[in-house]
Design a protein around this ligand. Structure first.
Ligand SMILES: C[C@@]1(CC(=O)O)C2=NC(=C\c3[nH]c(c(CCC(=O)O)c3CC(=O)O)Cc3[nH]c(c(CC(=O)O)c3CCC(=O)O)/C=C3\N/C(=C\2)[C@@H](CCC(=O)O)[C@]3(C)CC(=O)O)/[C@H]1CCC(=O)O
Ligand SMILES: NC(=O)c1ccc[n+]([C@@H]2O[C@H](COP(=O)([O-])OP(=O)(O)OC[C@H]3O[C@@H](n4cnc5c(N)ncnc54)[C@H](O)[C@@H]3O)[C@@H](O)[C@H]2O)c1
Length: 270
């Protein structure tokens, strides 16, 4: 039966943006795969407990430890269940399948979401290739079918993104937080009005225009909120020209006016 609703395609993963700020994450292993996990975890502001013998550390992992980016470093092999205590997530990146499987079972008995590099059936979640532009993160997953394809697709996605996308999103974030400070109510009619207005703002300007907005532009746009209005782009441009003129010293303005007058005088006498 065909209808207007989204078609279900079973067999995928749930792609979500998991919040790990200040959460304890236990990572076991200190090789190349661990180095990649650390980058992703640090970008998510997680507090990493790393368990791996120093002698087997990859250069990048050693650098992360020695520069203080790892919250806790335990210089030995994984050796007991207490190693996972209090963890919000567990990662293994070791070259030993038996120990990996054992760690997975221990993590499961403690209800901790786990990723075991190399053994997809022992993963509650997979990694993917990540494209990053400031606040924007795009995850590419092939559901475990072709990790190298994910990696290759990354550069295609990167090349297709508008250059101004990061700063544009930053400005939308700023505007949304300013809006919250004048209308903090959660839900209800204010929430509906706030959302409708934000959609209008995002749809009214191009990414470049959003990216180039100054703090003053954002405040000017915000003034339209109460009456559910959005300033025309041209009004923002005019106010930019006016403030640019204001910032030029009176001498330069005088010189410009002078030369325009001279030009018109000469022009008229030709
Ligand atoms: C995307 C990326 C993210 C990351 O790890 O950060 C990632 N693998 C990457 C690279 C990569 N991994 C491997 C190769 C060699 C080529 C090849 O084997 O095909 C290459 C290519 C390379 O190195 O360039 C070997 C490999 N990978 C897995 C197995 C086990 C298996 O398949 O059974 C084996 C050994 C198989 C064997 O022994 O033969 C499994 C997984 N790897 C995943 C993620 C998850 C699925 C992601 C997806 O569906 O897209 C999943 C399921 C679990 C997980 O790890 O979370 C990262 C690219 C980062 C980037 O550059 O952007
Ligand atoms: N994305 C993926 O899923 C992916 C990609 C490539 C490789 N792999 C697999 O992931 C595993 C790790 O790869 P790698 O290249 O980082 O390996 P590696 O050999 O470079 O590093 C292994 C690390 O684990 C440490 N280690 C070993 N046993 C340990 C234990 N019991 N407790 C704590 N630390 C221990 C070692 O000291 C070393 O630091 C390998 O099995 C590899 O085949 C997975």
């Amino acid at each position: 039966m065909t209808n207007e609703f989204t078609k279900i395609e079973p067999g995928g993963s749930l792609l979500i943006a998991w919040q790990l700020k200040d959460k304890k994450v236990v990572l076991i292993g200190g090789g190349e795969v661990a180095a990649g996990r650390i980058v992703n975890l640090l970008n998510a502001d997680a507090k990493i407990t790393l368990i791996a013998p120093r002698k087997g550390l990859n250069k990048e992992v050693a650098y992360r430890i020695d520069s203080g980016q790892i919250h806790e470093f335990i210089d030995r092999e994984y050796n007991n269940e207490d190693d996972l205590k209090g963890a919000n997530m567990v990662f293994t990146a070791i070259d030993n399948v038996e120990i990996s499987r054992h760690i997975y079972n221990v993590a499961k008995s403690q209800n901790i979401p786990t990723n075991v590099a190399d053994i997809p059936p022992n993963c509650d979640f997979y990694f993917g290739s990540i494209v990053r532009r400031g606040p924007l993160q795009i995850l590419i997953s092939t559901g475990g079918q072709g990790p190298r394809i994910s990696a290759k697709l990354k550069s295609i996605v990167e090349g297709a993104l508008p250059r101004s996308i990061g700063p544009a999103i930053n400005n939308v974030g700023k505007l949304r937080s300013k809006l919250r400070s004048i209308e903090p109510t959660v839900g209800g009619k204010p929430g509906a009005k706030r959302m409708k207005w934000m959609i209008k703002v995002c749809d009214n300007y191009t990414f470049d225009e959003l990216a180039e907005m100054s703090e003053e532009d954002l405040d000017r746009i915000l003034k339209g909120y109460q009456d559910n209005e959005i300033p025309k782009r041209s009004l923002l441009d005019i106010s930019k020209v006016l403030s640019a003129i204001k910032s030029i010293s009176p001498t330069i303005v005088g010189m410009v006016i002078g030369s325009v007058m001279t030009y018109s005088f000469i022009g008229r006498n030709k």
